[in-house]
Design a protein around this ligand. Structure first.
Ligand code: HEM
Length: 146
């Protein structure tokens, strides 16, 4: 993957404004609410029975932070995204058996969180760079499925 200087700058400027805890929580909560079949993977998380329960769930919050921190590591290793996500790809494929289509759903939820938070700063150029970053990251996460 080739990154232009503008794309790199856009990705890192967005990343600097991300709060891994609150934005991660919101993105994961949106996933679980809007695409409720994704709840099947989180049966150990306790009460996911309503949007209010999902938003108040401490395990959702903690896990959202983990997921966004992992994405942040990718944002800081743009020249080796495949390597950055290699172990996580194996985990999601071989151990967790997560359908990889769900990665894109979570990526879309995160774009909504960022757009709402950053407003006009999330302009078309920044949005395009961030979509590319998420597409490359989710492809890397899907790599060890066979
Ligand atoms: C675990 C990252 C998407 C389901 C994890 C962990 C990370 C992570 C860092 C913790 C690994 C560990 O503890 O060693 C990501 C990233 C994603 C993504 C970066 C996409 C951008 C998804 C999606 C689902 C999912 C879409 C399901 C719909 C799970 C589950 C676990 C997990 C069930 C184990 C949770 C637990 O029991 O603690 N993921 N994930 N992940 N992920 Fe993902």
């Amino acid at each position: 993957v080739h990154w232009t200087a503008e794309e790199k700058a856009a990705i890192s400027s967005v990343w600097k404004q991300v709060n891994v805890e609150s934005d991660g929580q919101e993105a994961l909560a949106r996933l679980l609410i809007v695409y409720p079949w994704t709840q099947r993977y989180f049966s150990s998380f306790g009460d996911l029975s309503s949007p209010a329960a999902i938003c108040a769930n401490a395990k959702v919050r903690a896990h959202g932070k983990k997921v966004l921190s992992a994405l942040g590591a990718g944002a800081n290793h743009l020249d080796d995204i495949k390597g950055n996500f290699a172990d996580l790809s194996k985990l999601h494929a071989d151990t967790l058996h997560v359908d990889p289509n769900n990665f894109l759903l979570l990526a879309n939820c995160l774009v909504i969180v960022l757009a709402r938070k950053l407003g006009a700063a999330f302009n078309p150029q920044v949005h395009a760079a961030w979509e590319k970053f998420l597409a490359v990251s989710t492809a890397a996460l899907s790599r060890n499925y066979h």
